[in-house]
Design a protein around this ligand. Sequence first.
Ligand code: FAD
Length: 553
Amino acid sequence: MSTQKLFYSHTSSDSDKPLNPFGFKNRKGFLLNAKSSLSNAAFDICVIGGGITGAAIARDAATRGLSVLLLEKNDFAWGTSSRSSKLVHGGVRYLENFEFKLVFESTKERGLLWKNAPDLCKPIPFLFPAYKTSRLSLNTLSLGLWLYDTLSMFKSPSLHKRISKALCKKIEPALSQQELCGAIKYWDGATDDSLITLANIIDAHNQGATCLSYAKVESIDWAQCDQNQNGLDAHTIHFKDELTGDLHKARARCVVGAVGPWTDYLHQTLNLFNQEKRMAPTRGSHIVVKKDKLPVNNAIVMTHPKDGRVLFAIPWGKHTVIGTTDIFDKSSPDNVQMTTTECEYLIDSCAHFFKEYPLKSTDVISTWTGLRPLLAPSKNASASEVSREHELKWDDRGYLYITGGKLTTHREMAKEAVDQVLQKSLQWNKPLKELVVKCQTANRPFPKLVQIKHAEHHEFPEQQLSPNDLEIIMHMMRSEMILSLEDFFVRRTEIFYKHESNGLKMLSEIKDLFCSELEWTSSDWDKQVERYKSYVHKNVDLPLNRMTKSDPV
Ligand code: FAD
């Protein structure tokens, strides 16, 4: 799993474009851009949702020459796209559900991400141990991994290997040896989900897209697309600036909903598809512990002793991540909440596989939980059996939604959505097709990243930041659209997850910088601190049944 946090500079292919830093100080200008579509030409596409799907659509469309507005109601990647298992993978476990097409497509996309975003997506080794009592024997695993290697066109860094019990002991000494038959070693990918989303957004921005976070779509006045004259008859999108409470309008000829688990909620708000329910989200949670509490060198594939579900213990720099659960959840995606039972479930799995490293809930530094945007299954499937395929559907007024899928397949999903928009627009008086070239993203490197943090070289200390640390933070604020403490601690850095104080000890040292960069008054700062403490309370204290962690420091 990547442990880097980076900031962006332009690639040589972008160097001819004027640099328009993607930071708070330019946000007013981006709002003006959006509003100017009322009097000037409408945007070709308005994308709702700044998770990986929306971000990738904005990038794909902008690189094909379309004018794009993207509106995200929270921070970019605030939804599911910052709460995944952070793997770019084919998904070995989908083989059990015979989802061969999904595995084939995902491993193809995994290869493209390794090529186009090498700073953010890296191969990592996985170890799938087999015990005498395991649901899956070593022979079955070996057969499955042959199929996996074949579906990935043998493009992993190396083919899977059978590992003897003796070698397992050497490479994974923490793994319980009793009744161990051996293991299969294979390769998959790890990423930073928030940052790959942000890299899509920044590339879209570099190509001229207007991307706004904290901009919530509240309603749309629909125009008739087929009567479109010179682009003047476009839909009017009403959105709220969540930072100021101001209401704004913008116009676009086509609207694409990419709101993942919010799909049914958005359609209810916009009165689309007779408010038919399409989603059956499942909740997935992770816990983070220090590496010495659970030392793993490979990502260990565990089958849970209670229900046989596959879950992982993944090395994450000086930490280990354990996840995930998979539970149908009908609650609002705005308030998804991990339970203490889930934490116990994850700890139980580790207790079974790492007998000499019994974890306690007090060892857990942080947690995260998200909703998988899964499509409602037609039969009575269990949460793990529900397909991870995606769906696209049109409303005749010029609205397309895309939902489902995986972080790994975001580029292919975006291509399909933009292809469909262009195809559909042929029915309009002034099709978008005349502007357009083919999808550009398969061979397009992500914006070149300037490394500012690497677990092995540089980590922000819990306290006593150096002038260099503060300068790095300032660069991130100016180029990565950090608009709140939560944006910084949770999605631009891994401080919330990895610091024992979840960043709370750092607050006083970054106060001046944040207030000056974001034009916060002292009372704005106090509100931000309170909000961040509630975040820590909700994601650490409550699921771990603790009362102390987010107390004032
Ligand atoms: P989201 O990321 O949820 O984005 C939707 C966005 O829409 C949100 O940010 C929301 O704020 C915004 N929005 C909603 N309403 C509005 C509105 N009215 N106006 C403006 N914005 C709005 N996939 C993998 O490939 N690898 C993995 O390892 C993996 N692990 C996973 C583990 C878990 C626990 C979960 C839950 C998922 C995992 N996935 C994984 C799946 C993957 O994370 C998701 O498929 C993907 O992130 C969905 O992205 P999205 O953009 O469609 O949705």
